[in-house]
Design a protein around this ligand. Structure first.
Ligand code: ADP
Ligand code: TRP
Length: 331
């Protein structure tokens, strides 16, 4: 079978997923959701999904899992995901993913997976170190390869998973002949690493997130929690070392960032005032998105309907690739 016509057809297909382990935070929004939606506007075809099978490695409460899936979907939609142009679905609605994942796991060396740093990090942090956590990269490779994706927008922390995906695709092609498309990662340079309230990478698991989908009062509380040095208002401050500034920098305009940077270096602005500026910026920049999100929370059936019709389209594409794979391996 020649892959050429397939390659031509799917030249610019982009795909990305986000776990439903909680409501997406500012890091997810700036690092994954916005770049993926921007990219999907440029490309002819895009696949965006909620990785709820992956979330199952961590969430064992069914209500929590479905609630998170719903709020994650609402967040994507609130940021302008256009379901008429994008195939938007839940990973668990495409069971073919797990079949491909199994097939891929039979050709990938066990030893290579033991070296995956996200598994090492998670197994050090979590009590529940299950097999799914270990084989996580195989499921992620299946998510991508099942749709002939060419470009995968992700945060920097996912680059090793993309490397594994590429390796397993190449291995499969070497073993069985050209079948799978080897995808490229796409990292948004400016927003690849959003810091949390304690200066570490913002992450649901680190209790350092900024959740913009809460009421104004709660949002303010999160901003006020950002850890800073203990310098007085008059002291000159290094903007590069300030957690408040690091967040302001990725949200405000170039001019506004320059202005605040000058104020920091000169002294005369306190951390409290900088936090107020950051809060205003967040409220301003995301006001429409927050409003839309709150509306969608009131209209659950609409979100469900959109995901359902997306999964039908996703399954059509998945069938095609899995058929190729099944025939290659001899089923
Ligand atoms: P978390 O670390 O909070 O569990 P996920 O692992 O669910 O987040 O990440 C979902 C997407 O958001 C991925 O593409 C990931 O790279 C991106 N992402 C997560 N945290 C950040 C961050 N702090 N900065 C930039 N991108 C991030
Ligand atoms: N592992 C990704 C994360 O935690 C989520 C994910 C699952 C994903 N499958 C994917 C991202 C496929 C891109 C493509 O962020």
């Amino acid at each position: 079978m020649s892959l050429k016509p397939l390659l031509l057809l799917s030249m610019s297909r982009i795909l990305t997923g986000i776990q439903s382990t909680g409501t997406p935070h500012l890091g997810n929004i700036l690092g994954a959701i916005i770049p993926a939606i921007e990219e999907s506007k440029k490309n002819t075809e895009s696949f965006l999904f909620i990785a709820d099978l992956h979330s199952l490695t961590q969430i064992k409460n069914p209500d929590e899992l479905s609630e998170n899936t719903y709020s994650t979907a609402a967040a994507w939609l609130a940021f302008g995901l256009d379901t008429s142009k994008t195939v938007f679905y839940k990973q668990s609605d495409v069971p073919l993913t797990t079949e491909l994942s199994w097939i891929l796991s039979t050709i990938f060396p066990y030893q290579r997976l033991t070296l995956a740093h996200s598994f090492k990090d998670k197994s050090n942090q979590l009590k529940d170190v299950n097999v799914g956590l270990f084989t996580y990269p195989m499921l992620m490779a299946a998510d991508i390869l099942l749709y002939d994706a060419n470009v995968v927008p992700v945060g920097k922390d996912q680059l090793q998973h993309l490397e594994i995906t590429r390796d397993v695709a190449v291995k499969f092609n070497n073993q069985y002949g050209e079948t799978l498309i080897v995808p490229e990662p796409l990292v948004n340079e400016q927003t690849k690493y959003i810091t949390g309230t304690n200066g570490e990478k913002m992450s649901k698991s680190k209790n350092n997130i900024i959740d913009i989908f809460v009421d104004d009062k709660k949002l303010k509380k999160q901003i006020m929690k950002i850890e800073t040095h203990s310098l007085s208002v008059e002291d000159p401050k290094n903007p590069k070392e300030c957690n408040v500034f690091k967040l302001y920098e990725v949200i405000a305009s170039t001019n506004e960032v320059e202005l605040l940077s000058k104020q920091y270096l000169k002294g005369g602005i306190g951390y409290g005032e900088a936090k107020e500026l950051l809060l205003d910026k967040i409220l301003n920049r995301f006001s429409e998105n927050r409003e839309k999100y709150f509306q969608l929370l009131e209209d659950r059936s609409k979100v469900e309907e959109l995901l359902f019709s997306g999964s039908k389209k996703a399954r059509v594409q998945a069938q095609k690739v899995l058929k190729r794979v099944r025939s290659r391996v001899g089923f």
